[in-house]
Design a binder for this molecule. Sequence first.
Ligand code: ZN
Length: 150
Amino acid sequence: MSDLSDLYQEVILDHNKRPRNFGAMAEFDRRALGHNPLCGDRLVLYLKLDGDRVAGVSFEGSGCAISKASASLMTDAIKGKTVAEVRDLFTRFQAMVTMPMEQEVDEASMGKLAALAGVRSFPVRVKCASLAWHTLKAALEQSQQPVHTE
Ligand code: ZN
């Protein structure tokens, strides 16, 4: 189990250091702002939709390693997916980061996102890990209100 934790730790460090899909998008269909005042994480999420499918996604902002890694992993995970699939993944991600520690993570279905399952033991970190996802949801719902994790 500790080997697995090390592997997950590495995924998070890597995505924090070299975030994927990082930067503003010049032409986008949706944009949403996210802010986690507890930690000071801020991000802007850009979405490009092709009909019902996520054609492109990027983010920019600043925050802790968890929030940045989570946003990076999320953008990788949702690219090319339909909006319905993205919503489903959102639900499963939320379940994963809030379920009891003793419950096993479904790694086959979560893929690299499973690296964030460890935040379950740190309630404050759950907000860091969820920020990008809540911001994504706001972008899909075209909410004009900035997202606060509070
Ligand atoms: Zn944070």
